[in-house]
Design a protein around this ligand. Structure first.
Ligand code: G6P
Length: 612
């Protein structure tokens, strides 16, 4: 949610900022802007994408060895040139970029107005920079002290970077609930919302913690204080991110590349955790708390979006294999409904970014009430990964397409490993079943590779579906969440209204919608529900619905009844989601391309939602 990038050093800042903004564009793309310091502060901002900003700047003066850049996902104020960041203070001495929300901006704005401040935009961010200016002027303070004091007065979430025209060798950054990473180079610093704009310059980074303020001074190192003005000792991490991982590598869209990366990312997720020869599954994150997790009264899973769908699959996995009761909660609902949580509960947060505000808040609530918290994240060093008692990374590499694909299969792989490990410890499955599942999980990367060969069949289906206004996705058991995920994928990138439903529940409502114009995508790959799902398909066909069935190879029954079929390899039931989701991802991808949509940057969405 909004991308932030900054540079201070000896190089030209502008190309670094623009490249960084392009890497961060997945976080928001309503408008973009930069501020460059070269004695003066040159600020350029424009509604639209980073490329629109570059066209707008053209040959204007972009000189400066220090600068900040921002790509916005609007919260306060419509996306336009005025509301775009950076925002200048009233006297144009200070400039700020901000990710997050200042909740008490209204009373602060009123107070500032009484002091003579006037505002150009509708944003909470402009209010914050005016507040910093007012405090600085009042006490004749350094920029870091003014930022610190101002932040003691605001309520909300922020990652900010501020430059003071009269202190030209310094950049001040602060975070609360929105991520910020400082990159440390030789006589230079980078700052960004995540490491992707930094990795090509340095692998030495510091993740700022909540309530920390970083002061980056040219030729004078990095100083970190907290909001109480206590000096902090920043921990320097070495990150291992390859530049190829954040580039498209010949694909038109990141989403397409990420779909095709799945045989490898799933294998990476299993590496060192699954040994088929020796017949075991193991998770480092579980070992420390094994007893507490295996003896939990309940597992509560909190997540949002696609990660919530992984959580639903985990409910099937944990209950089916490990026999522990599971509740899966939308993090945004859980945190506000006074939930009952005890010390015997384990709360698992699933989040690709590790930064989703609602998921983070739900976790904090669970922690306060004594539950053990476990994070399943992709982004290394992310907030959720850091606040949880324990956890596991899915190791999918950077996911840049807004629609989540490889993170979903990574999460489901990790949750499968977790369910198997717990089931073994608890003795809830037989040794034979355990060994059978271990061997099959080991075959999944290869089977995903085979599944990707359905791409041509999917293209045929996409042609048929691309002009529909609605679609229904049905599934049962382990594949009900896959139906939800398929519908979400179609909605978010193709703008076709789609609903996911448990196949049997269809007759209690959605069946009323079925006619010859309604494509119905049926996920029919779970062997135990095959006959039941055949009956559901018959119900759709009897009402002239167009059935697209995702079936196991050799399923002659559904081939006969369905209008179109997509065949995928057979696997054991608990792992069917890992294969059946692949045609869903490809279907939404091809339909979006056929409809001329921007696959990686769907309208109104952002990849990392760091506001409520
Ligand atoms: C946003 C993204 C989704 C993602 C959801 C949860 O809505 O567009 O793709 O599933 O946030 O994000 P998380 O990073 O917590 O998995």
């Amino acid at each position: 949610m909004c991308g932030i990038v900054g540079y201070i050093g000896e190089r030209d800042a502008y190309p670094i900022l623009i490249k960084g903004l392009k890497r961060l564009e997945y976080r928001g793309y309503d408008s973009a802007g930069v501020a460059l310091m070269n004695g003066n502060l040159n600020v350029y901002k424009k509604k639209g994408k980073v490329n629109d900003l570059v066209d707008f700047i053209g040959t204007s003066n972009t000189k400066g060895n220090m600068g900040i850049g921002h790509t916005r996902w609007a919260t306060h104020g419509i996306p336009d040139d005025l509301n775009a960041h950076p925002h200048l203070s009233g006297e144009e001495r200070l400039v700020i970029i901000h990710n997050g929300i200042i909740e008490n901006y209204a009373p602060i704005k009123e107070w500032l107005k009484t002091k003579g401040h006037t505002f150009k935009s509708e944003t909470d961010t402009e209010v914050l920079i005016h507040l910093i200016e007012e405090i600085q002027k009042d006490g004749d303070l350094s920029i870091e002290e003014a930022v610190r004091l101002a932040l003691t007065k605001v309520v909300g979430a922020y990652a900010i970077v501020v430059i003071d025209r009269l202190d030209p060798n310094k950049m001040v950054a602060a975070r609360k609930s929105s991520p910020l990473v400082v990159g440390i180079g030789k006589d230079e610093f980078f700052i960004a919302s995540d490491a992707t704009p930094i990795v090509e310059y340095t692998n030495q980074v510091v993740y700022l913690d909540d309530n920390e303020i970083a002061v980056l001074t040219k030729n004078d190192g990095l100083k970190v204080i907290n909001i109480e003005n206590e000096v902090q000792r920043p921990l320097v991490h070495e990150i291992d991110m390859k530049i190829e991982a954040i580039e498209k590598g010949g694909y038109d869209y990141f989403m397409h590349k990420e779909i095709y990366e799945q045989p490898n990312t799933i294998a990476d997720c299993m590496r060192g955790r699954l040994n088929v020869q020796e017949g075991w599954a193991r998770l480092g994150g579980l070992s420390q708390y094994k007893n507490r997790i295996c003896n939990a009264d309940r597992i509560i899973i909190v997540a949002c979006g696609t990660s919530w769908h992984s959580g639903l699959i985990a409910e099937y996995l944990f209950e089916d294999l490990a026999r522990i009761p599971v509740e899966v909660e939308y993090a945004s609902e859980f945190r506000y409904r006074n939930p009952i949580i005890s010390e015997k509960d384990v709360v698992i947060a699933i989040s690709q970014s590790g930064e989703t505000a609602d998921t983070l808040a739900a976790l904090e609530l669970a922690k306060k009430q004594g539950a053990l918290t476990y994070g399943i994240c992709n982004v290394v060093g992310s907030s959720i990964a850091r606040v949880t008692d324990s956890g596991s990374y899915i190791h999918a590499g950077p996911e840049i397409g807004v629609a989540s694909t490889k993170a979903f299969t990574g999460q489901v792989t990790l949750l499968s490993l977790m369910a198997l490990t717990i089931a073994y410890e608890r003795g809830t499955i037989s040794t034979n079943r355990y060994q059978e599942l271990i061997s099959e999980l080991g075959r999944i990367p290869k089977k995903v590779e085979e599944t990707l060969k359905c791409d041509d069949q999917v293209k045929v289906v996409s042609e048929k579906m691309k002009d529909s206004s609605n679609a229904l996705y049905l599934g049962r058991g382990y594949n009900f969440p896959v139906a939800l995920e398929g519908a979400l994928k179609l909605k978010e990138i193709s703008y076709i209204h789609a609903e996911g439903y448990p196949a049997a529940e269809m007759k209690h409502g959605p069946i009323a919608l079925i006619d010859e114009n309604m494509p119905v995508v049926v996920v029919a790959t779970n062997p135990s529900a095959h006959e039941k799902i055949v009956s559901n398909v018959q119900e759709v066909k009897a009402r002239k619905g167009v059935v697209i069935a995702i079936v196991n190879e050799g399923d002659s029954v559904l081939k006969e009844i369905a209008d179109l079929v997509i065949e995928i390899p057979l696997t054991l039931e608990p792992f069917t989601p890992l294969l059946s989701v692949i045609p869903m991802q490809l279907l939404s991808y091809h339909i979006a391309v056929m409809r001329g949509c921007n696959v990686d940057q769907p309208r109104n969405l952002a990849k990392s939602v760091t506001v409520e």
